[in-house]
Design a protein around this ligand. Sequence first.
Ligand SMILES: Cc1cc2nc3c(=O)[nH]c(=O)nc-3n(C[C@H](O)[C@H](O)[C@H](O)COP(=O)(O)O)c2cc1C
Length: 197
Amino acid sequence: MKSSFLTIGLASLLFLATGYNLVKAQNEVQDQGAIETIFARKSVRSFLPDPVEEEKIELLLKAGMAAPSGKNIQPWEFIVVDDRATLDAMAEELPYAKSLKESPMAIIVCGDSAKSFYWYLDCSASAQNILLAAESIGLGAVWTATYPYEERMDVVKKHIDMPDNIVSLCVIPVGYPSSPQPAKDKWDATKVHRNNW
Ligand SMILES: Cc1cc2nc3c(=O)[nH]c(=O)nc-3n(C[C@H](O)[C@H](O)[C@H](O)COP(=O)(O)O)c2cc1C
């Protein structure tokens, strides 16, 4: 009788301790969904023809504008392209952006080089926010570089009538992915150094 009380007591203690540790672990890593999105993001280059809803486009742009920027200058500008002829023409002329042929739209992330000499860093943070936001709402997207390639930036300039101080960083085709695609696992412990190399 005594020993069964002891067993029940120990089991209850163990149960409480396990429960406490589980709650503690959850509290220590409180994910609001961002971590899941970060690990699920992948470059999507093949799209369904379905258009992207206006409210979703606006959300992507808001995410882009929520990025950090040096001295909070926010040197970014965004061009939303959903004109089929322009998308097709850019797909023809940009060698690494052929997916524009399939995507129903694209966002061109540009920077004002007159506002900040590291506009491309701020705009990179902005572009990454757009990619993550797209992943988070079920859209696919891919960063296709224009900067620092003069010939690619010239292609964008030719199709989009923009002022000389505005430089395109990347063209991001956006749309609904044609098929589900896993994200790559890039974790590499050898890239991590602590306190010293
Ligand atoms: C600065 C930069 C330039 C890139 N340029 C291109 C590009 O021109 N065309 C393209 O298809 N993908 C481009 N990508 C996407 C990469 O190929 C892709 O991120 C990489 O292969 C890793 O795959 P993941 O995005 O699915 O993780 C670029 C990505 C970055 C960050």
